[in-house]
Design a protein around this ligand. Structure first.
Ligand code: SF4
Length: 232
């Protein structure tokens, strides 16, 4: 099957210029008085509330514009709540992706959650063990997208979109062991770039206090091992 690149509307097109002149917020689902949206769902720490907010975002016609706007002002004070269909941790993970030179094609991500592709993506979310696997499967379907673009679409669909390969049921390793064995180099590289441990954990997809703690342990262990080698 021929692999084709999805049509991408970049920020130089007239479509985006017209968006800049029309306030996209007027199309926001969460501001539509006819939609029964609870504003607290966008700022709650409960999973149920966040899931409701994210589900609403997934139907929003301006999810791309909202996410771009959110990222532009995502300083620490804004780093909470659901915005552009993503949690604060997921937006921080996107920031780390950018530091590694990975930028999602948000228009293609929006296409992936459209009725035409969402069923396929949902199936891949339950059958693939990695973002790379999803990318390969989509390429076989004729869609050429990269891992960070698929990651955003998976997040919008409520999936975890972890950078760490999902452990097979037969794999006796836990996440913590897998982190040390397979991702230590990446963890150390990001730590050397001065990325915070919590953000490294968010990038890998193991956010939460446990994730930051596990990352910190890997950094310390790797540095101690490197120091021992130098001393030997
Ligand atoms: S993407 Fe979500 S937060 Fe953003 S405007 Fe739409 S519904 Fe509101």
């Amino acid at each position: 099957m021929t692999v084709q690149t999805l049509p991408v509307r970049r920020s130089t097109t007239s479509a985006v210029q017209s968006r800049e002149t029309v306030d996209w917020k007027t199309q926001a689902v969460c501001r539509n008085p006819e939609v029964d949206a609870d504003p607290e769902d966008f700022f709650t720490t409960t999973k149920a509330g966040q899931d409701r907010a994210r589900s609403l975002c997934a139907t929003c016609p301006v999810i791309v514009e909202c996410l771009r706007d959110q990222q532009a002002k995502d300083e620490d004070i804004y780093r909470w709540g659901i915005g552009g269909g993503l949690s604060a941790a997921q937006r921080r993970a996107l920031g780390v992706e950018a530091r590694l030179g990975q930028y999602p094609d948000l228009e293609s991500a929006r296409l992936l959650i459209s009725p035409r592709w969402s069923y396929r993506l949902r199936r891949l979310m339950s059958t693939c063990y990695s973002l790379e696997g999803m990318v390969r499967s989509l390429a076989k379907d004729g869609l050429n997208v990269d891992t960070v673009t698929v990651r955003v679409a998976v997040w919008w669909m409520g999936g975890t979109g972890s950078r760490m390969t999902r452990l097979a049921p037969s794999d006796p390793r836990g996440w913590s062991v897998q982190l040390r064995e397979d991702y230590a180099d990446m963890v150390v590289r990001l730590a050397e770039m001065k990325v915070r441990h919590a953000d490294i954990a968010a990038y890998l997809g193991i956010s939460g206090s446990w994730g930051a703690k596990a990352v910190g342990e890997v950094v310390r262990a790797e540095r101690a091992a490197a120091a021992q080698q130098v001393a030997a």
